[in-house]
Design a protein around this ligand. Structure first.
Ligand code: GLN
Length: 496
């Protein structure tokens, strides 16, 4: 087996037994990136020298018998909306194309403290707005399973990097599905944690009441290990949850005893592709075989989730993105025209924002500004908040009767690049099954469960009550012990 085919857990075992060094491993992943970057475009930039230096330093500490962290020597790709000091953090936007954060996000600090080797930054939809990684200022990421198809989004680069063996694990962010959707389309495991379980400090904000950072990897065990590093209280994030953090990877191989799964009725109706439905149904049968009891559950208000999300997320975005004005961060337009009416400052803001933001980001700012404006606030924003409350209550009611919910992640397999770019509503409807967990602040996981006849990955979504990540990972791990979807690799064509 090639180095780049090992899981993070296997790499750690081989480094511990001195079969491999982090230097060998990091060099192998960097070579994979260099070879296949042109086809996949998963990373927006990487730092080969810095990564090799870190790997060598960790190797010597291991050699000397010094204690090392939980991810010592393991390469990681991180989404480009996570601030990393000394390197550019662009959010895949022209607006931040040259922006260097003066500090590391808390998750980056935690990865470094765990001795991970950060390879580079994952491509994404601009400012994480999208479900296809097509709105990136650096061009689209291609699905490693079928290069003409989207990898999902917005963390498409992070998911494609794992699928294309450019990193064993990666970090994404999920505001309405952006970890789970690309994980589903690329055939990897992705966990969106409970809101507040992982610090958002240093994540460039999109919808602050929805944003979550989480891990992606080939196996639930790898995802669990990274989650143990990321999770925990952070005084720099006021919404961060206090309390102890489990060692997720220690418990994820425990057997499932009488776990009760609820199949979400509303997610098996209109709009769901037949092939996706049949793979998800097979996964449900498989869980039954593993000892789970399965019942049907209704979430009566979930059909309003998309409408509520596409008011709340853009409203928060319109406020969060106000800071990108040419004066504070990043891009500033040149040759400002004289504006007799508004003056030169407003003219500078206007030109900077017109040139710095892409179409979709502008659309969100307009939507959000509209729904927050006087006269519309009650009709849109306030009403969306009320629906959000009802949806959270639906989940709470469901979890009185079942332990976890199960259903699809996406209505269809990955579509072709370009297919939905002119139809934002069709793109938004792709989020139908994922936004509920964000509105309710609850954890959810995407687990590979099959391939379509065309060879595109399909995934099943597992959702749970607040702080049930341990249980979700245990379910996913049990499934992966009985299936081998996660062992399959796409064939990348352009080998040297
Ligand atoms: N597709 C959703 C959106 O465009 C979710 C994005 C995300 O989770 N960052 O808003």
């Amino acid at each position: 087996m090639a180095i780049v085919d090992y899981t993070a857990t296997e790499l750690l075992e081989r480094m511990d037994s001195r079969d491999l060094t982090s230097r060998d491993i990091t060099a192998a992943y960097l070579a994979q990136i260099e070879t296949h970057h042109g086809e996949v475009n998963a990373l927006v930039r990487w730092d080969a020298e810095g990564a090799m230096r870190t790997a060598e330093a960790i190797d010597s500490r291991r050699e000397l018998g010094e204690p090392v962290g939980l991810l010592a020597g393991v390469p990681v790709v991180v989404k480009d909306n996570l601030c990393t000091s000394r390197h550019v953090t662009s959010c895949a936007s022209r607006m931040l194309a040259n922006y260097c954060s003066p500090y590391d996000a808390t998750v980056i600090e935690r990865l470094k403290a765990a001795d991970a080797v950060i390879l580079g930054k994952g491509n994404m939809d601009e400012f994480a707005m999208g479900a296809s990684t097509e709105t990136s200022a650096f061009g689209p990421t291609h699905n490693p399973w079928k290069l003409g198809h989207i990898p999902g989004g917005s963390s498409g680069g992070s998911a494609a990097a794992v699928a294309a063996s450019m990193a064993p694990v990666s970090l994404g962010s999920d505001t309405g599905g952006s970890i789970r959707q690309p994980s589903a389309h690329c055939g990897v495991v992705g966990l969106k944690p409970t809101y507040g379980r992982v610090s958002r400090y240093g994540l460039i904000a999109f919808g602050s009441s929805l944003d979550c950072i989480g891990p992606m990897g080939r196996t639930a065990e790898d995802v669990a290990r990274v989650m143990s590093v990321l999770a925990g209280n952070d005084p720099k994030d006021a919404t961060s949850i206090a309390g102890p953090v489990p060692r997720y990877e220690m418990s994820c191989r425990e057997p499932l005893d009488g776990v009760r799964l609820g199949v979400i009725d509303e997610q098996f109706g209109e709009g769901l592709d037949d092939e996706v439905a049949s793979k998800v149904e097979m996964a449900i049968r498989e869980f039954e075989g593993l000892g789970a009891t399965v019942t049907n559950i209704s979430l009566p208000h979930i059909r309003y989730a998309i409408a509520a999300y596409y008011i709340i997320a853009p409203s928060e975005a319109s406020s969060n993105l106000a800071r990108f004005d040419g004066a504070h961060y990043g891009y500033r337009a040149e040759d400002i025209p004289l504006d007799e009416q508004d003056g030169p400052l407003v003219a500078m803001y206007r030109k900077t924002r017109r040139e710095g933001f892409g179409e979709e980001v502008k659309r969100r700012i307009m939507l959000g500004t509209y729904s927050l404006s006087a006269g519309y606030y009650d009709a849109y924003y306030l009403r969306a908040l009320k629906i959000r409350r009802l949806i959270a209550q639906d989940f709470a009611d469901a979890y009185k009767n079942v332990d976890f919910l199960i259903g699809p992640v996406t209505p269809t397999p990955a579509f072709e690049i370009g297919e939905k770019m002119e139809d934002p509503l069709a793109m938004y409807l792709g989020d139908s099954y994922t936004v509920g967990a964000n509105l309710a602040g609850l954890p959810a996981l995407s687990l590979p469960c099959g391939h379509t006849a065309e060879g595109l990955p399909v995934a099943v979504q597992l959702q749970g009550p607040a702080l049930s990540e341990e249980g979700l990972l245990q379910l996913a791990c049990a499934f992966q012990q009985e299936s081998d979807w996660h062992l399959m690799r796409p064939e990348l064509t352009k080998a040297e």
